[in-house]
Design a protein around this ligand. Structure first.
Ligand SMILES: [Zn+2]
Length: 255
């Protein structure tokens, strides 16, 4: 069984003591590819060092996370743009809108997302979206920009069946992680009504560890727990979930 973790902050300082071991543990469980979303200027060096040390397993994206958007966001975006012109990345991300922590910079977050959508188009890259408490705000920007060329992931999808259909209509995928294993996560009402073709798996480590590790540090080795839960909710085998979500992720990021 081969799995792809489509969203993992494995470069995080939470792994500074045992990153190599965590990656080896993941590989032993079949997690052969791990896509790393960037946060901001502070995460680029350690992310690229992780990729250089584990080039077969860890692949970098480039983008600006919405919680790092403030009044100086243009400087951060300039750096993102510069890096995208310098070398290859798997995707633009993670970017989007976050209204959970702070609504002060919503206009700046919207502007930063629009710029990154344009960068994704310019470089023909998929885009990885963060939509915490902001599905509608993010959807509006993506829908307005969708000209048939945009592809990407609504990462950490935890919305309604209606929102799942809107993601599909946009020709985007849903990133499914630890929330699928939470009792009140809500995905039990969504996953029975979607197709495996619409999904990729993710951990979002070090955050959102699946049950029974909820609240502890998450890591890619836990991805099979998510795959098993998705399989149960969709009445599929874990192998079917692994095969299709792996194919979806590789087609998106390598396409
Ligand atoms: Zn993330």
């Amino acid at each position: 069984m081969i799995l792809v973790d489509s969203h993992a902050h494995i470069y995080s300082e939470k792994f500074s003591q045992d990153r190599d071991e965590a990656l080896a543990r993941a590989l032993a469980e079949g997690v052969e590819k791990i896509y790393m979303p960037n946060i901001d200027h502070t995460s680029i060096d350690v992310m690229l060092e992780t990729e250089a040390k584990h080039p077969q397993q860890c692949i970098a994206m480039m983008g600006l996370h919405p919680t790092s958007v403030d009044k100086d966001f243009e400087k951060e975006l300039y750096l993102v743009e510069e890096w995208l012109g310098k070398r290859e990345f798997a995707a633009v991300g993670e970017c989007g809108i976050d209204l959970y922590w702070d609504k002060t910079f919503l206009p700046q977050q919207q502007e930063a997302l629009k710029v990154q959508v344009a960068l994704a188009k310019k470089h023909s890259l998929p885009i990885v979206l963060h939509t915490r408490d902001s599905f509608d705000e993010t959807y509006d920007i993506i829908a307005a920009a969708q000209d048939g060329t945009l592809r990407g992931i609504f990462h950490c999808f935890s919305g309604t069946p209606e929102q799942a259909s809107k993601v599909k209509e946009l020709n985007f995928l849903m990133g499914i992680g630890g929330v699928a294993t939470f009792k009140n996560g809500g995905l039990d009402k969504v996953l029975p009504h979607v197709q495996l073709e619409d999904l990729v798996l993710e951990t979002d480590c070090p955050y959102l560890a699946p049950t029974p590790h909820r609240g502890k540090r998450n890591e890619p080795v836990y991805l099979p727990l998510v795959a098993r839960c998705v399989a149960e909710l969709m009445d599929k085998t874990i192998e079917e979930v692994a095969d299709t979500t792996t194919r979806n992720a590789l087609a998106l990021f390598n396409g």
